[in-house]
Design a protein around this ligand. Structure first.
Ligand SMILES: *Cc1c(COP(=O)(O)O)cnc(C)c1O
Length: 348
């Protein structure tokens, strides 16, 4: 049988032989005690990359969101974000339960919002001198925006929201799971985006292709408190250098190549638009994601995905749409084969 072409997520990447070599050779120590030399090297490197004083190793990105938001807020505060944010739609109400926040959601098309949207959200929460609404404490942005279609905040858009948040003395946090995709797509440095926020994190297990690891950055006091919270969440590890070595390898070797994933997403979106009955939302992918629906073909998404899998291709069913994500293990030839499979399913 042909190997499966999986466009379900860029988390599907497997460590390459060279990355496994780096992992095998990793120097290690006790991460909980701050004694893992490979983790420490990665922390310095990421702090510099993101333009922050310090950075902290985490087993994964979801915990970075929970910990960062916990540090910035108190229970019964309000958090402002967009309605499609990963923290709202894909973390099992974890922020609501671990931090006890009201999440005031902004309606957007692509997950990108403006200072006026923040003002409107503040208006809905307005509580000065009133016990009725919770006090706004933090604004959260997502770069790139996953359910927004891999959308990229421009630097100007993010700076504008950041200025507004700072005028209101609100903290600002970035879910930068795919920040490096935004960096490669826009040519803006990670540190320039990082300067807009008080805390941000990147994921190594998405397009960067490592098996384990994420890293949260901020100023020294923030990271000291985040370390304590990480322990409370059970995220402190032991010889995590095994995993961090894969992340260092990814920073050295897998950043620039994200451009290939973006080209492949564009190739896929262009091809899909030639197929009758497929309605593409992300007609011009900004990074590595393509969202579409199949309703006009007469196939439900579940039926479409089941038939596609018979042709050796997998995609995701994400919030009412089909999502295809390109990544390290997907070549241009795989994209052409995936388009062929879609055509076969729709035309049969
Ligand atoms: C994947 C993802 C996360 C969670 O990261 P994990 O490392 O899988 O826990 C958070 N935010 C966004 C936007 C993501 O895509």
């Amino acid at each position: 049988m042909k190997p499966l072409i999986s466009l379900v997520s860029d988390t599907e990447t497997r460590p390459t032989a060279a990355m496994r070599q780096a992992i095998a050779n990793a120097e290690v120590g006790d991460e909980q005690r701050g004694e893992d030399p490979t983790v420490n090297r990665l922390q310095s490197r990421v702090a510099e990359l993101l333009g922050k004083e310090a950075a902290l190793w985490f087993p994964g990105g979801t915990m970075c969101n929970f910990v960062a938001i916990k540090v910035h807020t108190r229970p019964a505060d309000a958090l402002i974000c967009d309605w499609m944010a990963h923290i709202v739609r894909a973390e099992s109400a974890g922020v609501a339960t671990s931090s006890g926040l009201l999440m005031e959601q902004i309606q957007t098309e692509r997950g990108i919002f403006t200072p006026d949207d923040v003002d409107a959200a503040l208006g809905r929460l307005e509580t000065v001198g009133s016990p009725y609404g919770p006090p706004p404490r933090i604004v959260c942005v997502e770069q790139t925006h996953n359910f927004g279609g891999g959308a990229v905040w421009t630097l100007a858009e993010m700076q504008a929201v950041s200025r507004r948040a700072r005028e209101e003395r609100l903290a600002m946090h970035m879910d930068g799971a795919r920040l490096m995709n935004a960096v490669v797509a826009s040519g803006v440095s990670a540190a320039d985006f990082g300067a807009c926020v008080d805390s941000l994190w990147i994921d190594f297990t998405k397009g960067l292709g490592a098996p384990i690891g994420a890293m949260l950055a901020g100023d020294k006091d923030f990271i000291a408190e985040a370390r304590r919270q990480k322990h409370i969440f059970g995220g402190a590890m032991r010889q995590a250098g095994i995993a961090a070595a894969g992340c260092l390898y990814a920073l050295d070797n897998h950043v620039d190549r994200l451009a290939e994933d973006h080209d492949n997403a564009t190739r896929f979106a262009d091809g899909l638009q030639q197929i009758e009955g497929i309605k593409v939302r992300t007609t011009k992918p900004e990074t590595n994601m393509v969202f579409f629906d199949t309703f006009a073909t007469g196939l439900s998404h579940i039926a479409f995905l089941a038939r596609l899998q018979e042709h050796g291709v997998r995609m995701g069913n994400v919030r009412g749409e089909i999502r295809a994500v390109t990544h390290l293990d997907i070549s241009k030839a795989d994209i052409d084969a995936a388009l062929e499979a879609v055509r076969a399913v729709v035309l049969s």
